[in-house]
Structure formats: C-alpha cells, structure tokens
Design a protein around this ligand. Structure first.
Ligand code: AMP
Ligand code: MG
Length: 399
C-alpha cells in the first residue's frame, strides 16, 4: 500500500495539462495562466502627480513665499507640458503628466491662490506626491508566471500589460457519479435501508467552489452491468470521472476490477491514510477515474488530498495542493501508527495566533462533524501523541 506522499508523487508524475485556450480578461480570474506575462510598458507610464496641487522645484517652494503660477492647468490625459522654469509653480491634477524638472507637489489644500500667483503653507520635501515613471513596474519586467491561478489583482496586472485575451490552461471537465444500491436522490423520503445521496451534491459543490464545472453523473446500482456501463462511456463528456462508493473490500465493491476490465490502468488502489484508505485512481488514455470511498467524510478527505490536486495539475497550476497553514492544537491528538490521519477541525484565525480544534467525530460517516470543519489537521503516520499547544499542519477546506 502506498503512503500519501508516494501516491501524490505518482499523481504529480502522471497528470499533465491538456491544452491552452484564450479567455477575455473579465473571465480570467480563477483560471490558470498558461504563458508568462511581461510588461510592455513602464508603470506608472510617465512621471505623474499623486495629488491635486502644484508642481514645483524644492528650492523655490518655501513656506510663505509667493510664486508665479503658470497659466492653465495640467489634468490627467493632458499632453505632456513644457518643462518647469525656475521659480515657477504649475497647477497639476492627480494623474497629470508632470513638467520635467518637477521635484515635489504641494497639495492644493496647503496652498493659497491670488491672481497669477500662489503661496504655500509648507515647504515640501523632495519627491513629495510625485510618482516616477516605472517606479512600480519597468517595461520588460516579469509580472505573472505561467501556472499561477489568477486573482483579481493579477487580472489588473495582465490588463496593464495589454494581455487581452489571456492564454489560460483548459479547465478540467468533471463528472460526479455515485454508486450504491442504497442511494436515493433528491428530497423524497428514503425507503427502509436506503439513504439520500450526500456525496454527489458535496463533490459538485467542492468543484464549483474551486471554479471547476462538474456535471451530475448517474447514480449507479451495485451490479456488474451498471458499473461496466459507467466505465464504458467514461471520457465522452469529461476529463475526470469522480465516483463514490464501491472501492472497499466488500462483496459489492465492484469498481476497481470493473475499471481495469474497461481498460483503465490503476495507478493505485488503497493509500495508507485515515479516513479514505480505499481510494483508487486510474487512467484510460486521456480520461481519469478517481474512485473515492462512499463514506462521506472519506470522500471529502479523498477529494481534498488527491482529487483537488489532480484536477489542479491537469489545469497546469504550479501550486496544486490544498493550501496549508500551521496552527496550534486546542487539545491533544492521539498518536498515528501506520497511516496518515486527516481530522475534521475548526481553525480559528480571529486572534494573533492561529488555533485549531480537532472536532469530536463519531467516524467517517459523521457529516455533522465534517459540516462544522473548515480545515483538516494532518497527523502524519508515526507521530506520537500531540499535546495541546503542539503545532500541526492544517489543510484549508473550500469556503
Ligand atoms: P461503500 O464505500 O460503497 O462501501 O460505502 C460506504 C458507506 O458510505 C456506506 O455506509 C454507504 O451507505 C455510504 N455512502 C455511499 N455512497 C453514499 C452517498 N452518495 N451519500 C451518502 N452516503 C453514501
Ligand atoms: Mg457501496
């Protein structure tokens, strides 16, 4: 049986991006950049004023002294004005191109105007309220690396660099199918021995929260023919088929042999983790199968530890794993023997130190505990008992 780390490195070596497409800038946030963005302009693009005020030379602008004011004003969008003469003040607005020779701006609020002249209340420091060309970004500078999932601030940088449209990696297409004779869909009352599907809606929501479009696949009964049909058509509409159930060692756990019979290479089946040990991952050509266990918390943990990372790798993201933080335990955690454990946990970021509470859970079916979790504490295999206050690595769940 593979360790979590071994299974993740197998995935890292096997999943690669499928292709590149162009999107308009307004739809680029959340997508993964496929090509580095370099600036073709300086930013700011010219020396400019940060305030409405007067452009001056520092030696001229002494508090209380009257200076002649040049006729007219320079606004944002004005043509670059003639250079500043010695002893002169030029009225400029925020964003205006500055006359060359400007050493400082005196804000209008600190000035008193008379006919053709102006007097300042202050003696400005060199550079006051002046934004120099290129002080933020130099033409040619690398702004964004390929493989970065774009945030709104990144979109602003792509816009300043004139990237429209933007080249991004193709996003994975996902189908979520649930298996099990006991599963019923929708709000109707489940009959005796049956239960409502919670895995399907949860996994569709996880994908949506991370920006991936996922389709609701079939609810598949535990018969060889139904399971065989699921794998036969896999790949027609999706890059990833995510299933739940049917991967453990029970008589009705039909999926791994059926996937193999349908031509899937099984990369791994079972990983030394708790919950989520029965997870299976396979590939046939360009289509991936991620077989999560049926227990809801196992399915969630398998999603966050493996599926999420596989999907993000497919999308070319250079940091594909769920984000992690280090945090201090609010109560002790038992030792882990042979398996990595992932515990539903409530992370509290409201104080100066991050603290995390391992939630009391009655097991991998405890959806109520998982529903209160915003993080998973990762307790590596072989750890001894971790006392209250110990620092632990926590994986952040989707919001
Ligand atoms: P399995 O992995 O198929 O052996 O299922 C393990 C447990 O998870 C069983 O108790 C199932 O009833 C439960 N389970 C399976 N699929 C779902 C589902 N879609 N929603 C909620 N519980 C499920
Ligand atoms: Mg089952």
């Amino acid at each position: 049986m593979l360790t979590v780390a071994q299974a993740l490195s197998l995935l890292a070596a096997s999943v690669s991006p499928a292709g590149v497409e162009e999107v308009p800038l307004e739809r680029a946030a959340g997508r993964v950049l496929a090509k580095e963005v370099r600036s073709d302009v300086d930013w700011p693009p010219f020396d400019t004023s940060a305030m409405d005020g007067y452009a001056v030379r520092v030696a001229d602008a002494v508090a209380g002294r009257e200076l002649p004011e040049r006729d007219g004003l320079v606004g944002a969008g004005s043509a670059p004005p003639p250079p500043l003469s010695a002893g002169e003040a030029v009225r400029v607005m925020t964003g205006a191109p500055l006359p060359s020779g400007t050493e400082a701006i005196v804000p209008v609020e600190r000035s008193a105007r008379a006919a053709g002249s102006v007097r300042f209340e202050i003696t400005p420091k060199a550079g006051a309220h002046v934004r120099r060309r290129g002080e933020s970004v130099r033409a040619g500078a690398a702004l964004l690396s390929a493989g970065r999932r774009l945030r709104p601030g990144d979109v602003a940088l792509a816009a300043l660099a004139g990237r429209e449209p933007v080249e991004v990696f193709r996003a994975p297409r996902v189908t979520v199918a649930v298996t099990g004779d006991e599963i019923v869909r929708g709000a109707g009352a489940p009959g005796p021995g049956r239960l409502r599907d919670s895995n399907g809606p949860m996994l569709l929501a996880e994908c949506a929260a991370l920006g991936w479009t996922a389709l609701r696949g079939p609810a598949v009964p535990d018969t060889p023919a139904d399971v065989a049909r699921l794998f036969a058509v896999a790949g027609e509409a999706e890059d990833f088929l995510i299933t739940t159930g049917g991967v453990s060692a029970g008589d009705l756990d039909l999926l791994p042999p059926a996937a193999a019979a349908a031509g899937f290479d099984i990369l791994f089946h079972r990983v030394a983790m708790q919950p989520g040990k029965p997870i299976a991952v396979g590939r046939r050509g360009r289509v991936w199968w991620i077989g999560l266990p049926g227990n809801p918390v196992s399915a969630a943990v398998g999603f966050h530890v493996f599926a999420r990372e596989a999907l993000a790798r497919f999308e070319g993201e250079t940091e594909p794993a769920a984000p992690r933080v280090t945090s201090l335990l609010t109560r002790a955690v038992l030792p882990s023997a042979e398996r990595d454990r992932f515990l539903d946990a409530a992370l509290d970021a409201s104080e100066s130190v991050l603290r995390v509470e391992p939630l009391r859970s009655s097991g991998s079916h405890d959806l109520a505990a998982h529903g209160r979790a915003n993080a998973l504490i990762h307790v590596p295999a072989g750890s001894s008992r971790l006392p209250e206050g110990a620092a632990v690595s926590c994986l952040l769940l989707s919001r």
